[in-house]
Design a protein around this ligand. Structure first.
Ligand SMILES: [Cu+2]
Length: 114
C-alpha cells in the first residue's frame, strides 16, 4: 500500500516537473500598422523571453511560443507595450506611442473612446 502511494507521488512530481518545462503557444491581439511594426513587436516579444513570435499585420494577432518557466504572457505584453504598441491587456503609454515612427502610429484601440 505504501509503495503505491510513493509511486503515485513520484508520478505526480514527474508530471509537475514536465509541466514547468512545457512550451506554450498563445495568441495575443496587438495593435499596429506595417512591416516595421511587425519587426518591433516580434523583437519585443523575443526580448521578453518568447522563443518565437509571429505577428500578422492583417489580423493584428501575435502568435508567441514560450516556455512557462522563462516568461509569461503578461511579461510579453508589457514588453510590447513598452515598445509603443497596445496589446489586448496592456496599453502603451502615450510617451512610448509618441516615439514610434510616423508610419507606425497606428489607430489606437481606445482612440474612439476618448
Ligand atoms: Cu509600422
Amino acid at each position: 500500500m505504501k509503495i503505491k502511494y510513493i509511486s503515485l507521488f513520484a508520478a505526480m512530481a514527474f508530471f509537475f516537473s514536465l509541466n514547468s518545462f512545457a512550451q506554450k503557444t498563445e495568441e495575443i491581439k496587438v495593435w499596429g500598422n506595417c512591416g516595421m511594426c511587425k519587426k518591433t513587436i516580434e523583437a519585443a516579444a523575443v526580448k521578453a523571453g518568447a522563443k518565437s513570435a509571429n505577428w500578422n499585420k492583417d489580423t493584428k494577432v501575435l502568435s508567441v511560443d514560450f516556455k512557462e518557466k522563462k516568461t509569461d504572457i503578461q511579461k510579453i505584453q508589457q514588453a510590447i507595450a513598452n515598445a509603443g504598441y497596445d496589446t489586448q491587456d496592456v496599453a502603451a503609454t502615450a510617451d512610448a506611442y509618441g516615439k514610434l515612427a510616423e508610419c507606425c502610429q497606428y489607430p489606437r484601440k481606445d482612440a474612439d473612446k476618448k
